[in-house]
Design a protein around this ligand. Sequence first.
Ligand SMILES: [Zn+2]
Length: 384
Amino acid sequence: MVGLTKTIRIPLHEPNKGKYDSLINTLNRYSECINFHLDGAFLYADSKEELHELCYHSSRLDGLSANLVQSARDRALEMYWKGCTHTSNVPLRLNQRIFKLVLRDDTLNLIGITTINGRIYVPLPPYLRPYQKRHLKDITSGKATCNSAELVDREGDLWIHLFVKYELDKPQYQPKTIIGVDLGVSKLATVSVLSKDAVSKVNFFDGSELRFRRKCYKRSLSEWQSNGNDAMVRRSKGKISNLSTHLNHCISKWIVSLAKQYSDPVIVIESLKGIRERIKYSKRMNAELHSWSFAQLQSFIEYKALEKGIRVEYVDAKNTSRMCCNCGHSHKSNRRDQAHFKCLECGYEANSDFNASVNIVKVFREKAPTQPTWLGGRGELNRP
Ligand SMILES: [Zn+2]
């Protein structure tokens, strides 16, 4: 079984003034309580038990319930280990003891939240999106569980983030189609499909737009910083990571929908360790490599595939970029430059990312413990 968590973000449906004030005041007290614990952690104690001893009783005097104080303490410790000294407007982390969902099919759904004025119930909006309705239905039918959530203040509007957890069986079937995914910097992802022993499809995801936007952003950022334009520096925070995340979502979605078109597909990705060791370009390239989140792309592919019941496997892709996918000859000089691959042994020429993605398929094919007959041979691959 594999755990899969989906987050649904829903605005609270017009809480009346009294309820709204209670929730906002609770959020403020919660932030204050976290700061109080942070001070305690930095000055006196940094273990859960010591911090509890030190801060619990004073925090309770502030009107927060025991569960809210515990939630604040845990949050403060996490922040302390990250080196964070102060916080404001932090989402209120809700566990099973602090919130309750009341889901009904015919009338409004409610969420109960423990505040400094006791538990209050606020309706969820009736106009939910279809996928949100589907997740709530899964909770009611017992297909999924929701034991944690967050209350978030978005510039005065209150939102609830529900973390819906599914337990899914890991798909186990004999693959008929192998989809090799090579990750890189110049091409963010190169996908090649091996079906019936021939490479039937190749697709590249170019990274140039991301590189260009990042360059523009860095230039603007240094200008704003030297001009003392703090407002723009603050506003641009997270822009590049948002763009990376968006691209990762698009790429992973495309790969999984491609896999769905084939019968019994398996998506094969190289393990992260391999990528870091393999790509050792200039310092500039390395910086780009680390800011580009391979781990995120892998996890996106993994969970999107799991939802559709598609297998994902990892291979140790040592030498995939310098090995010839035609004859298997491996040499550093086979890879002429970033884009161009030419085998010294057999003279095979190809795009180097394509060559690597085919090698990933081959490595998986050779290591697969049980193989259907057509996967058994180690014959030459047909070139696209
Ligand atoms: Zn060769």
